[in-house]
Design a binder for this molecule. Structure first.
Ligand code: FAD
Length: 509
């Protein structure tokens, strides 16, 4: 290393930014390198989309509510933070999930993995699909695999393998829950590459998913006990537990809260533009001579970047990790380079409406954890989680908690409705679907405008191209986060770790 302290600014204090900071500090320490890390976060608190509200004995998630247990990066981070005992699994007695079909709730057939049937008998017996739809799905066993290496949409892929009915009535409401997207517009390679791998390796999506399921059972040996029987995990006191623990561990990381990064300047460019007075030592330094004058008085290296904040403050940095949403990141980098790949990522707005009830007046016993709603049903809600049944820690024993989701690609208007109207729409839906007429104790509405990135077909290649250009035009700026390589919390943690490694590497070479 060069001996001086490298300054690294992280834009965004969501899980991607916090994980980046955590692994930067850890890896720098392991390498014995002095670094100074600053997080700039536009909001007044850390966590980004993660936002747990603790109210009247309830644990209410206003953003994400859990994560996939089989994805290890977040489990590792949980261990490293000493939070393993805080993990909470889903209620084993509430395993069933439902799907709305022509106005009625149908249990999801067992063996459905990401909307793909891996067990034939329950699938064949289910009355979710027409006989024609089921037979079409089974053609997957005999249809030839598609050749070629170009990306396609998830919707197009599923229609090709298992037919339109399975795609629209089963896979779409399940998978779209993760992206609030339209399967016919989302990139297969960037979202479910395992589907295409299954086709290529096994000649059939269903066969491939069955094989994956078996392999998944083997991978469980690396999981903590709590994760073994639960597809999803969270923390007993909510996902903010993770944010709070990171916040505490990162006491040595500087923060600038409640202020946005407004612009990034390349110092070299700026120096060239000003005058010969400053350009002179810069040129000498580049020629390998010892810089004199001003540079001698600076304890730290000449910064590569100046980062201007809304507050008026300027931060000097040798490297930047950018975790802001694609549209914000694009604004910051487009003065320096073409950012069209980031601009191509559309965001969908969603809202969630949490309703709390008294069990005594609720009038319904749940057998399961909730239901999803296919687009074709023409409802306002896209899904409903029976939170108090799925997550026992979330509610007092004599209360019921429901979480309804509103908004998806192509159907976002209701997200912006005033509270009373939104509440009324949701209550009408749950009355007609589940027969609930009880008056809620309280309602918590959270709107997340432009919160769900939609990876377009070609996304993986687009991002590779963008990064290559950035390496040239904006050296030591690493663009990452949910818009990049996975929206799930474990994916964001993985990307944070990778950002740390890449940044320390780039600063060395
Ligand atoms: P963010 O959390 O968006 O953080 C980016 C931060 O950057 C923000 O805090 C923002 O204020 C800040 N920022 C932006 N611009 C600037 C700027 N110019 N200067 C300074 N700061 C800036 N994932 C799961 O795994 N499980 C779930 O159950 C789940 N449910 C979800 C439900 C909803 C409603 C949503 C919206 C997402 C859900 N996700 C879920 C996805 C997951 O929550 C997100 O992908 C993840 O939290 C994103 O983290 P991030 O750090 O990349 O981005």
């Amino acid at each position: 290393s060069t001996g001086h302290t490298d300054r690294i600014v992280i834009i965004g204090g969501g899980i991607s930014g916090l994980s980046s900071a955590f692994y930067l500090m850890r890896q720098a320490q392991e390498q014995g390198r002095p670094i100074k890390v600053t997080i700039v976060e536009a909001a007044d608190s850390l966590g980004g989309k993660i936002n747990t509200l603790r109210r009247d004995g309830f644990v209410i998630e206003k953003g994400p509510d859990s994560f996939l247990a089989r994805k290890l990066p977040i489990i590792e981070l949980t261990r490293e933070l000493g939070l393993e005992n805080e993990l909470a699994a889903t209620n084993p007695a509430a395993k069933k999930t439902y799907i709305l079909n022509r106005g009625k709730l149908h249990p999801m057939p067992p063996g459905l993995v990401l909307g793909i049937p891996t067990e034939i008998m329950p699938f064949a017996k289910s009355n979710l699909l027409s006989v024609k739809g089921k037979l079409r799905a089974l053609l997957d066993f005999v249809l030839p695999k598609r050749l070629g290496t170009d990306d396609e949409s998830i919707g197009g892929f599923l229609e090709r393998r298992v037919g339109t009915e399975v795609m629209e009535r089963v896979a779409e409401p399940l998978l779209a829950g993760i992206y609030a997207g339209e399967l016919r517009k989302l990139s297969l390679r960037a979202t479910f590459p395992q589907f295409r791998e299954a086709e290529l390796k096994h000649g059939s999506l269903i066969r491939g998913m069955r094989a994956n399921r078996k392999a998944g059972t083997a991978a469980q040996s690396r999981m903590p006990a709590v994760a073994k029987n639960s597809v999803f995990l969270t923390y007993r006191n909510g996902l903010s537990t993770l944010v709070d623990a990171l916040d505490k561990t990162l006491a040595d990381v500087d923060r600038r809260m409640g202020t946005k990064v407004k612009a990034i300047y390349r110092v070299e460019e700026a120096v060239e533009r000003i005058s010969g007075v400053i350009a002179q030592p810069q040129a000498e330094a580049q020629a390998g001579k010892k810089p004199g004058g001003i540079a001698d008085m600076q304890p730290e290296a000449t910064p590569r970047y100046m980062i201007e904040l809304d507050s008026g403050e300027q931060l000097a940095a040798e490297a930047i990790i950018m975790t802001a949403p694609a549209f914000s990141a694009a604004e910051l980098i487009s003065p320096h380079m073409d950012a069209s790949e980031l601009e191509a990522i559309r965001y969908v707005s969603v809202a969630n409406v949490v309703l709390a009830f008294d069990k005594a007046t609720f009038g319904l016993e749940f057998d399961g954890s909730g239901f999803v709603v296919p687009r074709t049903e023409g409802r306002h809600i896209t899904a409903c989680t029976w939170t108090s049944a799925k997550w026992l820690h979330s509610s007092p024993g004599d209360k019921v908690l429901l979480r309804c989701y509103v908004g998806r690609s192509g159907d976002e208007e209701s997200v912006s409705l005033p509270d009373e109207q939104l509440k009324a729409l949701v209550c009408k839906d749950i009355e007609e679907i589940m027969g609930i007429t009880a008056e809620p104790l309280f309602v918590e509405i959270t709107r997340l405008h432009r919160s769900m990135p939609q990876y377009p077909v070609g996304h993986v290649e687009n991002m590779a191209r963008l990064r290559q250009r950035a390496a040239e035009k904006l050296p030591c700026v690493w663009i990452t986060g949910a818009a990049f390589d996975g929206v799930g919390l474990p994916d964001c943690v993985r990307q944070g770790k990778e950002a740390a490694k890449q940044t320390l590497h780039n600063l060395t070479y």
